[in-house]
Design a protein around this ligand. Structure first.
Ligand SMILES: Nc1nc2c(ncn2[C@@H]2O[C@H](COP(=O)(O)OP(=O)(O)OP(=O)(O)O)[C@@H](O)[C@H]2O)c(=O)[nH]1
Ligand SMILES: [Mg+2]
Length: 342
C-alpha cells in the first residue's frame, strides 16, 4: 500500500523522549537573575518544550495514520480482521484526545509557576507536571501498541493496489494456478503476506500501454469449499471480493492434480455464488488431457471453454487477451469517459 506511516512510539519510548527533552532544555540567560526567578524561567522553558514535543509526537501518530473511512474497503476489511476496526478507531481517538490533555496539563503548570514564590513550590509544580504527563502516557500503552501493530500491518501489504484492475486466479489445489499467474504476468510475482495467517498472496502484473493490471494468486485460500474454511479465511475471502474484477477458475480435467471433476465443480459453484465478479472457467493441462476428459469437463461446466497448458504457457496469451478485451477494456473506457466528464 502506498502509505508512509509515522513512527509509532511505545509508551516507554514516548516517556523517554519526553523526559529527554525536558532535561535537555537549558535556561536562555543563566545566572543573571536571582535564584527563584531563574528557576521559574528554566522550569517554564522545560515545560513548554517538553510538552510541545510530546504533543507533536502524539498528533503525528493520531492524524497521520489512515482513517478507516479513507481506506479502500479491501484494506478496511483486512485491517478489521488483523486489528479490529473498533479498537483501531478508539485508539486513534484516544491518542488524539491526549494531545489536548497534554496541553492542558502544561498550561496549568505554567500558570501555577507564575505565582510560585519559592523553590520548593516550583519543585512541587515540576513534580506534579512530570507525574501527570507520565501517567497520561502510561495510560496510552495499549492504544499505542495497537496503532503500532496497525502501522506494521499496513506497511506489509505494499504490493496490492486496490485501485488497479485485478484478476484473481482460483481453483482446486495443484491445478496449475501459479503456473498460469506466472505466464500471464511479470515472471516473478511479488509476495504479500496475509498477516493473520501464514498464507501469502502472490501478485503479478500485466503491463499494458500506460497501464497495469494486477493478477493475484491466492495459494491455499480459494482452493477448497467455504464450509472447510475457518472464520479468518472466510473474512480474507470477503476482503478479496472488494478487489476481484474478474476471477479465473482453473480446472484440471485430468486425474493428475488429484482432485475429482465433481469436487472442482462444487468449488466453482461455491466461488461463483460468493463473488460478485464474473468467474471464468478455464481448462488447463490440455497437453495431457484426453478428449474424453475435456468433453466431460466442458459438459459439466456448460459449454466450450478456453483451453491452456499453463506449464508451457500455451494458450495463455490468447486467454489473457480475451479476458482483458471482455472485462478490462470496457471498464477502462468508462473510466476514461468519466475522467473527461469531470
Ligand atoms: N502437464 C501439465 N502440467 C501442468 C500444467 N500446468 C501445471 N502443471 C503442473 O501441475 C502441478 C501444479 O502446478 P501449479 O501451477 O503449482 O498449481 P497450483 O494450482 O498453483 O498448485 P497449488 O498452489 O499447490 O494449489 C505442477 O507440477 C505443474 O508443473 C499443464 O498445463 N500441463
Ligand atoms: Mg500455487
Amino acid at each position: 500500500m502506498r502509505f508512509n506511516p509515522p513512527y509509532i512510539y511505545t509508551a516507554a519510548e514516548l516517556e523517554e523522549y519526553f523526559l529527554g527533552i525536558y532535561k535537555a532544555t537549558e535556561a536562555k540567560s543563566p545566572s543573571v537573575e536571582p535564584g527563584v526567578e531563574r528557576l521559574r524561567r528554566l522550569e517554564a522553558a522545560r515545560i513548554r518544550r517538553a510538552s510541545k514535543a510530546l504533543e507533536e509526537a502524539l498528533r503525528s501518530m493520531a492524524y497521520s495514520m489512515p482513517f478507516l473511512s479513507d481506506l479502500h474497503p479491501f484494506y478496511r476489511e483486512l485491517l478489521d480482521l488483523a486489528i479490529g476496526a473498533a479498537g483501531y478507531k478508539h485508539a486513534l481517538a484516544r491518542v488524539g484526545r491526549a494531545v489536548r490533555a497534554v496541553r492542558a496539563i502544561s498550561r496549568e503548570a505554567l500558570l501555577a509557576l507564575k505565582t510560585a514564590y519559592d523553590k520548593d513550590q516550583i519543585y512541587r509544580i515540576r513534580k506534579s507536571f512530570i507525574g501527570r504527563t507520565i501517567d497520561l502516557i502510561d495510560n496510552l500503552e495499549d492504544e499505542l501498541e495497537l496503532i503500532k501493530k496497525a502501522s506494521v500491518y499496513i506497511r506489509k501489504l505494499p504490493d496490492i493496489d486496490p485501485e488497479l484492475f485485478t484478476i484473481v486466479v482460483s481453483g482446486a489445489p495443484n491445478v496449475g494456478k501459479s503456473s498460469l499467474v506466472g505466464c500471464m504476468s511479470t515472471a516473478k510475482p511479488k509476495v504479500a503476506e496475509y498477516p493473520f495467517t501464514t498464507k501469502q498472496i502472490h501478485v503479478g502484473h500485466i503491463f499494458l500501454r500506460g497501464d497495469r493490471v494486477q493478477v493475484i494468486d491466492t495459494p491455499g485460500l480459494l482452493d477448497r469449499p467455504f464450509e472447510e474454511m475457518n472464520a479468518i479465511e472466510r473474512q480474507a475471502v470477503l476482503a478479496l471480493r472488494h478487489l476481484a474484477k474478474v476471477i479465473i477458475f482453473v480446472v484440471d480435467p485430468t486425474p493428475h492434480g488429484g482432485y475429482s471433476l465433481e469436487m472442482q465443480i462444487r468449488l466453482y459453484k461455491n466461488i461463483k455464488s460468493s463473488f460478485d465478479a464474473p468467474v471464468v472457467p478455464v481448462l488447463n493441462k490440455i497437453d495431457i488431457a484426453s478428449g474424453d476428459e475435456i468433453r466431460r469437463a466442458e459438459e459439466a461446466l456448460g459449454g466450450e471453454l478456453p483451453k491452456i497448458a499453463a506449464a508451457r504457457c500455451e494458450g495463455v496469451a490468447e486467454l489473457t487477451r480475451q479476458i482483458l478485451e471482455k472485462y478490462y477494456v470496457p471498464q477502462a473506457l468508462e473510466a476514461l469517459r468519466a475522467s473527461r466528464r469531470a
